[in-house]
Design a protein around this ligand. Structure first.
Ligand SMILES: [Cu+2]
Length: 175
């Protein structure tokens, strides 16, 4: 009987440790699941529309994302970062007098709409995945990716980007 207990205790301790580890792993999976179930993140009062990711003509060069960002809330918000699915990094840039500058933060006032467009503000996407392609496999499917903007309060806003190839008409673009 006494011997039996001595053998059992370490075994039970080991078993308990294994169970705890399993539960931890399960919790991690649960968290990821619930985040995915919540869908695209949306900061209240903000809307991103007309999102386009323009792929570079030369493979290996960065792409650029254009869109309009509307703040219909009552308070100013400050854009501090961007992520584009399929790009290793993304930066907020502004083209001024033909050269680009990185923007660390950009305030959008209440009621203001800021347009990211060619020759002005854009989100530059670096190290693009080869999975980002503008080719349409069938007529009614538009190739898409997703952009996520991060604000100074930690809130995020996600929205779709239509992927387009940089046409010859855009070859004079600073990118
Ligand atoms: Cu740029």
């Amino acid at each position: 009987m006494i011997l039996n207990r001595f053998f059992r205790l370490p075994f039970l301790a080991l078993l308990a440790g294994t169970l705890a580890a399993c539960q931890q792993a399960d919790e991690t999976v649960d968290t990821a699941d619930s985040t995915a179930a919540a869908g695209p993140e949306a900061k209240p009062g903000l809307a991103l529309a007309d999102g386009v990711l323009l792929l570079p003509i030369v493979e290996g060069r960065p792409g650029a994302a254009y869109f309009s960002l509307e703040n219909s809330g009552d308070d100013p918000v400050t854009l501090v970062g961007a992520h584009i699915d399929g790009a290793t990094t993304a930066e907020i840039h502004e083209t001024r007098a033909g050269s680009m500058a990185k923007i660390d933060s950009l305030e959008v006032g209440p009621g203001q709409t800021i347009t990211f467009e060619r020759g002005g503000l854009h989100v530059m996407a670096f190290e693009l995945s080869s999975s980002l392609t503008a080719s349409r496999t069938d007529g009614d499917t538009e190739p898409m990716t997703e952009i996520t903007l991060t604000f100074s309060d930690g809130d995020k806003l996600s929205a779709p980007l239509t992927i387009e190839a940089m046409g010859s008409a855009a070859s004079g673009d600073s990118h």
